[in-house]
Every structure is written in C-alpha cells, then in structure tokens.
Design a protein around this ligand. Structure first.
Ligand code: CMC
Length: 428
C-alpha cells in the first residue's frame, strides 16, 4: 500500500507514503491543508520529518548509527576525524588525493585573523566558552567575506567549510588560553586535526606539549562520535536558519547556540557537575535515582534518555568501553568513573528507567574522557560543537542542494483571545 487515507467530515484525502532506503515510512502531508483545511500538530516534532536526507541513519530501537551507510563502530575504530568530516560533507570517504587536498585546505585555513584576537579581550574572564565560540563563529562572516556569495556556490562552499572546521578548533583553544591568562599558540602545519588542537591548548613556553597517542586517539574518537546525528535540535536550527538564505557562518552560529542547552549538547557539562556533586557530598546513588524519578523535583539524570534511542546509544557503548580500556592501560584513576557506572547500573535496574527505555546517551561517558584529556568542564560543550560541525555543514549543504530550497516556516494553532478592542487606560 503506497498511500494513507484520511477521512474528515465529508472529505477523503489520499496521501502518498514515502519510503526511505532502510524501510522507514512517512505520510506525505504536503497537500493536506490545501485539500482539507487541516494542519498537523506535533509539539516538539516527535513524529515529524522535516526533510529527506542521505547523510546519517539512526535506528533508535536497535541502537544503530551510520554515517553515509558506514557503522559508527567502524569509523570510531579506523577513521580519522578529517576523513569522517569529508565523508559527511561530500558523501564518500576521500581517496588519497582528495584527502590531501582537504587536509591542505584545513591547514591553510587554520589561523584566525590577528584582529580577531582582540575580541577575546572584550569578554569577561567568567564568560562561558560557548558564548565566546558562537560570537567568534558569527564574526567569521565579516572577516572571510570573500568566501561566500548570496547564491550558494560549490567552490566557495569548499573554502567556507574548511575555514569553519579548521578555525573553530583554533578559536576554542585560544579562548582557553585567554581564560587562563596565557599567550595563544599558533597552529602547526604538520599536525593532524586532534593533535593540533591539543598542541594549541596545552603547549606553553615553559611546559611544552608532549603528545600522547592514546589521548590523541581518544579525542579523535570523541569528535567522530559527535560528528552528526541527523535532525537533532541544533542541526535543525542550522537548517532552519540556513533556509532563509542566511550564510553558513550565521547558520552554524545559531546551531552552536542551540547545542549549548543542557537538554542537548550542554548535558555533558551537567553530567560531570552531577557526578562531582555526588562525589563531593557523598550522596547515595539511590537518592539520585529517586530525585530523578520525582516529578516535583527539577532534577533529571543528565546523560540519560534520548528522543530517538530507545535502546543503548551506540556512542555511549563505545565511550564506556573506551573509558574502561584506556583507564586500565594508563592506570588512570578518577572516582567519577565508578560513580557513573554505579549510577548506570542502578538506573538500568529501576522500573522507571526500564519502562521509559532510558539508557545512557553520548554525554554520559564523554565528560569522563574529556577530563582525562585535560579539557576543563566548561569547555565540554565546545568539544561537542567542534565534533558536530562537519555534520551541521553537511546538512546545510544538503538543504541548499535541494531544489527548490524552501524556507522553514511551521504553522501553529492559535489559542489566544478572539477579537477584542483597544480599551482606554481608565477603562482597564
Ligand atoms: N531523567 C529522569 N527522567 C527522564 C530523563 C532523565 N534523564 N529523560 C527522560 N525522562 C522521563 C521523562 O520525565 C518522561 O517521563 P513521563 O513519561 O513519566 O512524563 C519520559 O522519561 C520521556 O521523557 P521526555 O522528556 O518526554 O523525552 P524527550 O524525548 O522529550 O526528551 C531528552 C529527551 C534527551 C531531552 C531527555 O531524555 C532528557 O532530558 N535527558 C537528560 C538530558 C540529556 O542527557 N541530554 C542529552 C541528550 S544526548 C545528546 C544530544 O544529542 O543532545
């Protein structure tokens, strides 16, 4: 059956069924209002597809995540972050020449305009790194103006994409250096993506950065796991802003702001703060579980639950295993890892979490790894943004490649006052 039929009042309306390459099905309601006067209402877009896409496939019931068809487990183990970025944006893994050209574009676009360095001085020392990141990314649209035109163009897009992917890393490292009162460190052309970031973060004239292959691989893996997640809150924001023909920098800036929220990318900071609080105040695991279940309390178990995954988030599975092996290998001690595992254990045995299919998500274990790498807690969401950038860019490009480009503009059901009239002040 390739259509769904809606009967309403005296009307019968047939709607085509769209089937995806993995068998997912959707009712195409694009003619619904025209034919029946009805719109659909779906607060939070729980059942609404906003586009068709060829980038990322998720089967939330089976815990499957693939970029361009390739399982996340294979990419996390074997690929580099720049390969994954290329795969997401251009559709296939790069061959040797393509990889060289892409890496060269990243290197050539890794420094930020020296004038932009002064922007960092304008922020108070307490400024959240996500606020700095969003501001700096939006500012790129006034420094790298020759990269974009009103009409989306493929050659300038390549430069813009490389400019963003490379410079976001430099901006993040500089904002950290600024926050600790150290001079910034310029990127090095012979270092790979993750290594270059760590070098800019941790090198100083008195303490040279000493590379550690385990740490560099851990960071690369984290970035790969963040790289795309189809139509989540921040990516949908990028698409929505981009649909008005706003430039890529502005669209990405909006996406970074959406990612900041604690229900989304900001959850990684919240998880560590929660685990630290449990550790500091010697709270019992069961009391946290009880507060998370208590509807009168504002407390949620951060790093748990997901709109799409109703099974273990495959990214969390990889990160948990990673934490266990890398910690054992390096004899690294962190009391938070045991607390996290106990919390997970208790939640997965509790009927409240079992019934609602609430499992650890990517943010539950990522913070523990970021701590081991030496990233400060308030920068965790910045790390998520660096990783997510290729996905946001790929989704922006896919939307612009779609003909015709439709501005995103949902409707509403108005529930306010019906017609009434202006009353003079003395009559109110
Ligand atoms: N702790 C306690 N209860 C929870 C949690 C949680 N972490 N997550 C969901 N629930 C409960 C919720 O109270 C609701 O219960 P009931 O059916 O009795 O009203 C039920 O589970 C369904 O939750 P929901 O909030 O309606 O589900 P959603 O799909 O709207 O929200 C979510 C998804 C991720 C916002 C939510 O699970 C949550 O707030 N989790 C904590 C924040 C978090 O870890 N966010 C990171 C998500 S992964 C990274 C990313 O891609 O953003």
């Amino acid at each position: 059956m390739d259509k769904a039929v809606l009967t309403y009042d005296t009307l019968t309306h047939e709607m085509p069924i769209i089937e995806g390459s993995e068998g997912e099905k959707a009712v195409d309601i694009s003619k619904l209002r025209q034919a029946t006067g009805l719109i659909t209402l779906d607060v939070g877009y729980q059942n609404t597809g906003s586009c068709t896409s060829t980038i990322t496939f998720i089967d939330g019931d089976r815990g499957i995540l693939r970029y361009r068809g390739i399982p996340i487990e294979e990419l996390a183990e074997k690929a580099s972050f720049s390969e994954v970025a290329y795969l997401l944006i251009y559709g296939n893994l790069p061959n040797r020449e393509e990889q060289q050209a892409f890496s060269q574009r990243l290197t050539q676009n890794s420094m930020i305009h020296e004038e932009m360095l002064r922007f960092f001085d304008g922020f108070p020392p307490t400024a959240h790194p996500m606020a700095i990141l969003a501001t700096m990314v939006n500012s790129m649209s006034v420094y790298y103006t020759d990269y974009y035109t009103e009409d989306f163009q493929a050659d300038t897009f390549d430069l813009m994409a490389a400019s963003l992917i490379s410079r976001i890393r430099t901006i993040a490292a500089y904002s950290y250096k600024h926050s600790i009162g150290q001079p910034h460190v310029y990127p090095k052309r012979d270092l790979k993506y993750a290594s270059n970031f760590l070098y800019m973060m941790f090198d100083s004239p008195v303490n040279p950065y000493i590379p550690d292959p385990d740490i560099e691989r851990a960071l690369s893996t984290l970035l790969i796991l963040h790289a795309d997640h189809e139509q989540n809150c921040s990516t949908s924001t990028v698409r929505l802003v981009g649909s008005s023909m706003a430039n890529l920098y502005a669209s990405i800036c909006a996406g970074i702001c959406a990612l900041w929220g604690p229900l989304h990318g900001g959850a990684n900071q919240k998880v560590i703060e929660m685990l630290e609080e449990i550790n500091r105040n010697k709270l019992s695991i069961q009391s946290c579980i009880e507060s998370a279940k208590d509807k009168t309390s504002k407390f949620r178990l951060f790093g748990f639950g997901h709109r799409v995954y109703k099974n273990y988030d495959p990214r969390a599975k990889i990160l948990k295993k990673y934490c266990e092996t890398i910690f054992r290998k390096n004899n690294y001690q962190d009391p938070l890892i045991n607390i996290a595992m106990e919390l997970e254990d208790a939640a997965l045995k509790d009927d409240f979490f079992v019934d609602r299919k609430l499992y650890p998500n990517v943010d539950f274990y990522s913070g523990i790894l970021y701590r081991m790498i030496g990233i400060p807690t308030n920068m965790f969401t910045v790390m998520f943004a660096i990783g997510r950038l290729p996905g946001m860019i790929a989704q922006w490009k896919e939307m612009h490649d779609t003909d015709p480009l439709k501005i995103g503009r949902p409707r509403q059901i108005y529930m306010g006052n019906t017609l009434r009239h202006y009353a003079p002040m003395e009559e109110r």
